[in-house]
Design a protein around this ligand. Structure first.
Ligand code: MG
Length: 383
């Protein structure tokens, strides 16, 4: 370890920390309900997640996680994440992981694009910065707003009555925000939205998320057919231009998700008045550093956010909790506790849903301790 400064309240702040080793682990996360189904017939039964461990010469260890929702959701896939991590890792050796902007520049220089590859590394560096300074990541991201973060529950695509039947089950778990997976046959989707809207209680919130599954003419039929209902429409079509065409023909509040993959997309959509809410996924934009930038822009521009990731287990859920908890409450449309959807816990210390909400850990860093017996042997070791 190099020289050290002592902060006013924290422990030793070791500067000149160096990355000495990067390891990655593959973990399978089976879904509690057996499968998760969304638009265009896409479905997964188990998530293929990757945990990244960054070791330093100061003895600090940081953890990150990246977990695409299968290979056909976003342009990302689990084996690609691991291949990319192995590609980038050698360039991180000897770099200071506490200097987040510098480490992101080093990743820029080593790999063009592939935000999901970089996300787990960036997340692990935030964990390290928190541990080095003795502070939870939420504090480093801006502070802590409120006691807890309200969560939404995704309702996997099924026939309308079965989706409506899920609402009472999830409400009993504390959820009051429901996101329906639509983007299938438009007539059946109208029936899905109507069936679920029919069982809502005052204070419940409903989002119909097509995950880009409709063509414009189909989306226009759906939004007209549910015009009398209080429902948000999320990412009706695959491209930005198609979504904008739908947006211009509906007065439903509108969420953009898959097409908002960075600052430029956000600013363009804002200038076009293309949405009221965005869905901010950590790995979609390249990590907590980039997600924080987008989050802060959204707060400045008056745009609410669903704060989450493409999927993940305990480490991802912890990172979501820190980002969401450090976001002013008025801008937190919702967030996701992915670790409650799966049967495997990869780490101790992760947030647990309570009354439909979760809270960021107050321990240093992300506040998680991965379980060696779940991780097994690393599939990548560099350094
Ligand atoms: Mg979405």
């Amino acid at each position: 370890m190099g020289s050290a400064l002592r902060g006013p309240a924290g422990p030793m702040y070791p500067y000149a920390v160096k990355v000495t080793r990067v390891a990655a682990y593959r973990v399978e996360l089976p879904l509690r309900e057996g499968s998760y189904n969304w638009s265009e017939g896409r479905s997964v039964r188990a998530l293929d997640s990757t945990l990244v461990r960054i070791e330093t010469d100061a003895g600090l260890v940081g953890w990150g996680e990246v977990c695409p929702l299968g290979p056909a959701y976003l342009p990302a896939y689990a084996a690609g994440a691991r291949t990319g991590i192995a590609e980038v890792a050698p360039s991180l050796l000897g770099e200071d992981p506490l200097q987040l902007a510098r480490i992101n520049r080093a990743m820029d220089a080593a790999l063009r694009g592939h935000p999901y590859v970089r996300s787990a590394i960036d997340m692990a560096c935030w964990d390290l910065l928190g541990k080095a300074t003795g502070q939870p990541v939420a504090l480093l991201l801006g502070g802590r707003f409120g006691e807890a973060v309200a969560l939404y529950r995704a309702i996997s695509q099924e026939p309308p009555d079965r989706m409506a039947g899920r609402v009472a089950e999830y409400r009993a778990e504390g959820y009051r925000k429901f996101q329906l997976k639509v983007g299938g046959d438009p007539d059946e989707d109208v029936a899905r939205i109507r069936a679920v809207a029919g069982v809502l209680e005052p204070g419940d919130l409903l989002v119909a998320d097509a995950n880009g599954g409709w063509l414009v003419h189909q989306a226009l039929r759906v939004v007209r057919a549910v015009r009398d209902l209080d429902v948000y429409i999320e990412q009706p079509c695959r491209t930005y231009e198609e979504c904008l065409a739908v947006r211009r023909h509906t007065d439903h509040p509108f969420v953009l998700d898959e097409v908002i993959d960075g600052v430029e997309a956000l600013l363009r959509a804002r200038a076009d008045g293309a949405m009221d809410v965005i869905n901010l996924k950590i790995s979609k934009v390249g990590g907590l550093s980039q997600a924080r930038q987008l989050r802060d822009l959204c707060v400045t521009l008056g745009i609410a956010m669903t704060i989450e990731d493409s999927w993940g287990g305990d480490v991802t859920t912890a990172a979501i909790a820190h980002l969401a908890h450090s976001t002013p409450e008025a801008f937190r449309f919702s967030a996701t506790d992915f670790n409650s959807y799966v049967t495997v816990s990869v780490a101790e210390g992760a947030p647990r849903r309570e009354g439909g909400a979760m809270a960021a850990s107050t321990a240093p860093g992300l506040g998680v301790s991965p379980r060696p017996e779940v991780l097994g042997a690393p599939v990548i070791e560099i350094g």
